[in-house]
Design a protein around this ligand. Structure first.
Ligand code: ASP
Length: 332
C-alpha cells in the first residue's frame, strides 16, 4: 500500500463553530479519523504543520510547507495538504515554484463547509485528494469538487458553492467520477524534484480603476521590488496619470514591472492596442500573457528569492514552470 502524508494547515475543512464564527480547530489526525475510508486507499500518516484560516497564510508558511514535504519526500509516495480555500490558489502556485518537477503527487484540498457539518464537501474532497495522491499524478494540483486542477492554473471563483475553483487558461488535469480518477493530462516531471528554500515577498499588486494616477504605483514601488499592474482588457495604461514616467523611473531603479489583466480568462496581449504596445516597445515592461495573477505573484517572489539581476529575472519570468505560461512559447 502507498504511504500518503496528510499535512494539516487549517481552513474551513478543519473548522468548528466558535462564539466568534468558524475557526480551524481539528488536527490532521482528527480529520483523517473522520474519514475511515482513507485507510482503504493507502497508509495514512499525519503532520500538523499549522492550524490557520488561510487568510493568515503567508510566504513564510509556504516555505514551511515545502520544507515539510522535502523532509518526508523519500519516505512517502504522495502528499495531501488540507488548506483554507481563500488563499489555496496562491499556496498551490507557490509550492509549484518551490518544488519543481515532482514525480510524486502533491495535492491541496479543503472545503466550503466544515467536516463536522451535516452537509459538507469535506469528506468527498479529502477522499478524492487521497485517491489522487495515491495515483500517478506528478506535480502540484488542487483537487476540489471532483476536479483536478493544475496548481499554477487554479483560482477561487466562487465564495460559497462547492464548485469553488476554476482552471484558468488551461484544461483540468482530470476529474474524479465515482471515486475513479480519469486523468486527461500527465504533467512532465523530473526523476527527483528540485526544492527551493527562498522567497522574496516584496511583491505588490495594483488593480487599475478608471481615472487612476501614478501615486499608488509610486507608493507600492517605493516599498517593493516588483509591482504587478492588473490593467483592463488585453492590457494597457491610460495616457493621463503619469504612468509612463513612473514606470521609466522605477525600471531604471531596478524594479520589476508586470502588466496583466483583470479579466478572468484568456490573458493579456499588449501588442494589440496603442495603449499597450508602447509599454513593451518603449518601457520593456513584462507581460503576464496567460498566467494567473496568483501564479505571477508567487513566481515573482520565487524569482526575486533567487536573483537580483534584472535580465536574469526577466528570463526566468518567461521560462515556463509547470506549464504556468504557454503564450510566448507559441508566439516567440
Ligand atoms: N476562510 C477560510 C479559509 O480560507 C475559507 C475556506 O477554507 O473555505 O481558511
Amino acid at each position: 500500500m502507498k504511504k500518503i502524508l496528510l499535512i494539516g494547515t487549517g481552513g474551513t475543512i478543519a473548522s468548528e463553530m466558535t462564539s466568534n464564527g468558524l475557526a480551524p480547530e481539528l488536527t490532521a489526525q482528527q480529520l483523517a479519523a473522520l474519514v475511515p475510508a482513507l485507510t482503504e486507499i493507502c497508509e495514512v500518516y499525519c503532520v500538523e504543520l499549522m492550524n490557520l484560516d488561510s487568510t493568515n497564510i503567508s510566504p513564510r508558511h509556504w516555505l514551511q510547507m515545502a520544507r515539510c514535504i522535502q523532509t518526508h519526500y523519500d519516505a512517502c509516495d504522495g502528499f495531501v495538504l488540507t488548506h483554507g480555500t481563500d488563499t489555496m490558489a496562491y499556496t498551490a502556485a507557490a509550492l509549484s515554484y518551490l518544488i519543481q518537477g515532482s514525480p510524486k503527487p502533491i495535492v491541496l484540498t479543503g472545503a466550503q463547509k466544515p467536516i463536522g457539518f451535516e452537509t459538507t464537501d469535506s469528506k468527498d474532497n479529502l477522499t478524492d485528494a487521497f485517491r489522487c495522491a495515491a495515483s500517478d499524478l506528478p506535480g502540484v494540483s488542487i483537487v476540489f469538487n471532483h476536479q483536478v486542477i493544475l496548481g499554477v492554473r487554479a483560482r477561487k471563483t466562487h465564495t460559497k458553492s462547492f464548485q469553488a475553483f476554476s482552471s484558468i487558461n488551461y484544461p483540468n488535469l482530470g476529474i474524479l467520477r465515482d471515486g475513479v480518477l480519469l486523468r486527461y493530462i500527465r504533467q512532465e516531471c523530473y526523476e527527483r524534484p528540485v526544492f527551493y528554500d527562498r522567497l522574496n515577498s516584496r511583491v505588490a499588486l495594483m488593480k487599475l480603476v478608471p481615472g487612476a494616477g501614478r501615486e499608488q504605483a509610486d507608493f507600492l514601488l517605493e516599498r517593493n521590488d516588483a509591482l504587478i499592474i492588473e490593467s483592463f482588457g488585453v492590457g494597457g495604461l491610460p495616457d493621463e496619470g503619469g504612468f509612463f514616467d513612473c514606470i521609466r523611473r522605477w525600471r531604471d531603479a531596478g524594479k520589476l514591472l508586470v502588466l496583466t489583466t483583470q479579466v478572468a480568462n484568456e490573458g493579456s496581449d499588449l501588442d494589440v492596442y496603442y495603449v499597450g504596445r508602447r509599454l513593451k516597445s518603449d518601457l520593456q515592461v513584462l507581460e503576464a500573457y496567460d498566467m494567473t495573477t496568483e501564479a505571477v505573484t508567487a513566481k515573482l517572489m520565487w524569482i526575486l528569492g533567487q536573483t537580483q539581476d534584472l535580465a536574469q529575472a526577466e528570463r526566468l519570468f518567461y521560462t515556463p514552470v509547470a506549464r504556468d505560461i504557454l503564450w510566448p512559447a507559441v508566439n516567440p
